[in-house]
Design a binder for this molecule. Structure first.
Ligand SMILES: Nc1ncnc2c1ncn2[C@@H]1O[C@H](COP(=O)(O)OP(=O)(O)O[C@H]2O[C@H](CO)[C@@H](O)[C@H](O)[C@H]2O)[C@@H](O)[C@H]1O
Length: 486
């Protein structure tokens, strides 16, 4: 079984969110069960920086290649490296004009960039990775790959032999553009049709991925159900229901070797569940680093993530004033929508001794926050899987979540009576529900020390490694091979 994964982000070469973590780690676990695995991504500007930072090799393997159908007849070259500490090849599609923005999602005409990239990937696979049997695409940016394959290349002697899997990491982002993009991409005009890519007078790339991929999956079982409802379906629930027989939910894992509090080099004090005093030392180190008063007895609440509506930022900001009345410290790390960034930054000036608002992307600081805080809040409006809560639990930091999507599948409500459970959560999306769970956890932290310790142990005992999920991917790969849709 030969698999080629395609993604816009792969850690550590370019990362904005959880997609990068998944495509950066899943191939390592799939390697044990498939014959061959390759990864392809764009040569974003930041890739070069990270290749140097992580001291990884880079060689040019092809140049003067062209897309097959796309109307942009610009040449591209291909560079090769490997995923760190593995021999898994990763190929970068390079075109100076199309992938040169500092922020990887900043390019003004994203439909030009992503359609060009998708066709270039197929051109490269046809010429250099022709033994590929499964192309595993991710999110809307790579969705046109399935559309090209099942329309433009259905008679191509090499490409027609490949099966496709689409993983939806976030249905909230679909890639919706004016109809002219069909012509520019070199895709047939008949796709402007309600049963194909047409979507309220526009073209929807993700809809194309859903309709033309052999198998579709999303990143938790609950989210796979939720997206077939009007509330979570972002107007694609009907299309997803049509593909219900081929739609799976496979929970993401995390890399237990990298995210290991016992060996993690990015935190000053390593720890495990029997040596929690070192977790507190990380806390004091974190407080000092962020200019908060040093006190290992005050609970730290943290949030790490993209600062966007999805993540429940409005709920957090609604209760910040009240939280500062309590003896707690709050740390926020993230970037995203300017309106939320500005809103949070205002609180920083108001409560400098209680709050640390960090509007930036900083992987090392993220690790330190997972390790040094006590409670991790993730009150998402919707959450396909969520990795933050899993990292937090691995580092003995207790999650408070809204029970939706992957958060519902990974966090179990703790009870001091039965001593079972791994965190706290609520269902109805409201700031008072979030506040109640925060108050409850602070009460346990301060007054029920034994309960709290058991809760930490339970959270640290959870197994969110990739092994089980990699087996499930293996299963859907087999299904994709046996079931080609057209
Ligand atoms: N400012 C910052 N500095 C440092 N690190 C930062 C950061 N902001 C975010 N991160 C990191 O980015 C990752 C975020 O991953 P999540 O899965 O929680 O959310 P995201 O919405 O990006 O992913 C989407 O895809 C993933 C993968 O499938 C799904 O889990 C999720 O539900 C879906 O929304 C974590 O590793 C976090 O530590």
């Amino acid at each position: 079984m030969n698999v080629t994964m395609v993604s816009y982000e792969v850690d550590p070469f370019a990362k904005v969110g959880g997609l990068a973590d998944v495509v950066g780690t899943l191939p390592k676990f799939l390697k044990k069960i498939v014959d061959k695995i390759n990864v392809i991504m764009p040569f974003h500007k930041v890739v070069e920086e990270n290749i140097k930072k992580y001291n990884l090799p880079l060689e040019k393997v092809a140049e003067d290649l062209y897309p097959i159908s796309h109307s942009f007849k610009y040449p591209f070259s291909v560079y090769k490296s490997h995923l760190p500490d593995t021999d898994i090849p990763i190929y970068f599609i390079k075109n100076e004009n199309l992938f040169s923005t500092k922020d990887i999602y900043e390019y003004p005409n994203k439909e030009h960039q992503t359609s060009y990239f998708s066709d270039c990937v197929l051109s490269f696979i046809k010429n250099y990775l022709s033994d590929t049997e499964i192309i595993h695409i991710n999110d809307w940016q790579t969705s046109l790959i399935s559309v090209y394959l099942k329309n433009n290349y259905r008679d191509d002697p090499i490409l027609s032999k490949t099966s496709t899997i689409l993983t939806i990491h976030n249905l909230g982002y679909q890639g919706i553009f004016p109809p002219e993009i069909l012509n520019i991409s070199g895709l047939p005009g008949y796709l402007y049709n309600i049963d194909a890519l047409e979507f309220f007078g526009q073209i929807n790339f993700l809809k194309g991925g859903i309709l033309f991929s052999d198998i579709i999956n999303t990143v938790s079982k609950t989210y796979a159900e939720e997206i077939q409802t009007e509330e979570y379906g972002y107007k694609l629930d009907g299309v997803l229901k049509v593909r219900n027989d081929d739609l799976y939910g496979i929970l993401n894992g995390i890399d237990y070797n990298i995210f290991n509090p016992e060996t993690d080099k990015s935190i000053p004090y390593n720890f495990n569940k029997d040596k929690l005093e070192n977790k507190n030392k990380n806390k004091v180190y974190l407080q000092e680093k962020l200019g908060l008063p040093k006190n290992e007895n005050v609970p730290i609440l943290s949030f790490i993530g993209r600062i966007v509506e999805q993540k429940g930022i409005d709920l957090i900001s609604e209760i910040l004033d009240y939280l500062t009345l309590l003896d707690v410290q709050i740390i926020i790390l993230g970037t995203g929508e300017k309106r939320y960034e500005d809103l949070l930054s205002k609180y920083q000036n108001k409560y400098p001794k209680k709050l640390s608002i960090n509007i930036k992307f900083d992987k090392d600081l993220a690790q330190l926050i997972y390790a040094g805080s006590d409670i991790f809040i993730m009150p998402s409006k919707y959450e396909p899987c969520g990795l933050g809560q899993m990292y937090a639990m691995r580092y003995g930091t207790i999650p408070i979540v809204r029970y939706t999507g992957g958060l519902a599948d990974t966090v179990r409500e703790f009870s001091c009576e039965t001593l079972s459970g791994t965190g706290f959560g609520f269902y109805e999306y409201s700031s008072s529900n979030l506040l109640i769970k925060i108050l409850k956890s602070i009460h346990l932290y301060n007054r029920e020390k034994n309960c709290w310790k058991k809760l930490i142990t339970n959270a640290m005992n959870e197994d969110f490694s990739w092994n089980k999920s990699a087996d499930e991917y293996h299963y859907i790969y087999k299904r994709a091979l046996s079931k080609k849709r057209f």
